[in-house]
Write a protein that binds this ligand. Structure first.
Ligand SMILES: [Zn+2]
Length: 336
């Protein structure tokens, strides 16, 4: 788990600093399975050189699933522009062979009277989602590398992690927005990167890539769940009741990196105290990763624009009181 969190933090942070080689993201001497295709073999470029379009992201995720017995892929629906709403289930082959049993035991453990179920061989469930705001692209782009790492790494800590986790991997929370943004940025970027914020690359035309096809901010649809992207997301969440949910945004070039638990005064009183304690522990891994890079970050502070809290407030209202009680598992969410 530690490595997973660190990897995400390292990858997400990198977009601040521009182009680097794959060795920056992934250890050069790491024991990777050579039969698993690296992202650039399908993209035609190193991750971070261009913004990934949703089309290419879908292509790569399917190729990974074909190549790895650690990944099952499914399409949970279609966006208004006809893009698939993918979900990858990533875990060890052994766990895949009993995935329904794991799921039913996991759900049973959220109810009272489940004392007979041993938690010793019961994996935790983590739901990871990327770039709900399509023009916050480091999420979806880092997801390419994270999915590759999980599919290809044969390091003992990775194998242990795959034994102990079922990862519900949602590579793009907002396919139409990601596609719209990637088109704009790739069309307008210069051969030599420019730091001028007035450059056309950084000034998308309306409606920009933040929203979905109908210009709706999907991060405001956790409660109404009116849109197909949200309906797929919430169904996965309620089907599995994950122990942890991560929601990978981006803060932009004029801000350092933010992660939860955020400012304490913004925590809803209905959020279990344990949620905050466990979220803080996850944050400690981010701190370690960022310190290693010498990168700036913040967590428990107020910004001039808004304040940050854990667990989307709209979703908090969406779940019933009974379901909320079930969610005494740690639910950590990064939102911006
Ligand atoms: Zn965002």
């Amino acid at each position: 788990m530690k490595n997973l969190i660190s990897l995400v933090a390292l990858i997400a942070c990198n977009s601040i600093f521009g182009q680097v080689s794959l060795d920056y993201y992934l250890e050069a001497d790491h024991p990777y399975d050579q039969s698993i295709p690296q992202p650039q073999t399908l993209l035609g470029y190193e991750v971070g050189t261009w913004h990934v379009s949703h089309d290419k992201l879908v292509h790569y995720m399917h190729r990974l699933a074909e190549s790895s017995d650690r990944i099952q892929i499914e399409n949970r629906g279609s966006t208004y522009e006809g893009r698939p709403i993918l979900l990858l289930t990533i875990t060890s082959p052994e766990n895949h062979s009993r995935i329904e049993e794991i799921k039913s035991n996991h759900i049973a453990l959220t109810e009272s009277g489940a004392d007979q179920i041993s938690i010793e061989d019961q994996p935790l469930v983590v739901y990871q989602g990327f770039s709900i705001h399509g023009n916050e692209p480091s999420g979806a782009n880092s997801g390419l590398l994270l999915a590759y790492h999980l599919a290809a790494s044969n390091a003992p800590e990775t194998l242990k992690m795959l034994d102990e986790l079922v990862i519900l991997f949602d590579p793009s929370f907002n396919p139409d927005g990601l596609q719209r943004f990637a088109y704009w940025a790739n069309t307008n970027k210069n051969q030599n990167l420019t730091a001028d914020p007035n450059d056309r690359e950084y000034n998308e035309v309306w409606p920009r890539g933040r929203t979905n096809h109908y210009w709706f901010d999907l991060n405001r649809d956790w409660l109404p769940t009116q849109l197909p992207e949200s309906q797929a997301r919430i169904k996965t969440f309620t089907d599995w009741l994950p122990n942890i949910l991560t929601d990978h945004h981006e803060m932009g070039t004029n801000s350092s990196f933010f992660f939860q638990p955020g400012i304490p005064s913004r925590v809803n009183p209905l959020t279990p105290d344990m949620n905050q304690k466990l979220t803080q522990k996850i944050g400690a891994f981010h701190v370690e990763a960022f310190n290693k890079l010498g990168a700036l970050y913040y967590s428990g502070e107020k910004t001039c624009k808004r304040r940050y809290q854990s667990f989307p407030k709209a979703f908090r209202a969406h779940v019933s009181q009974r379901l909320r009680a079930r969610l005494c598992n740690a639910v950590a969410c990064v939102q911006a």
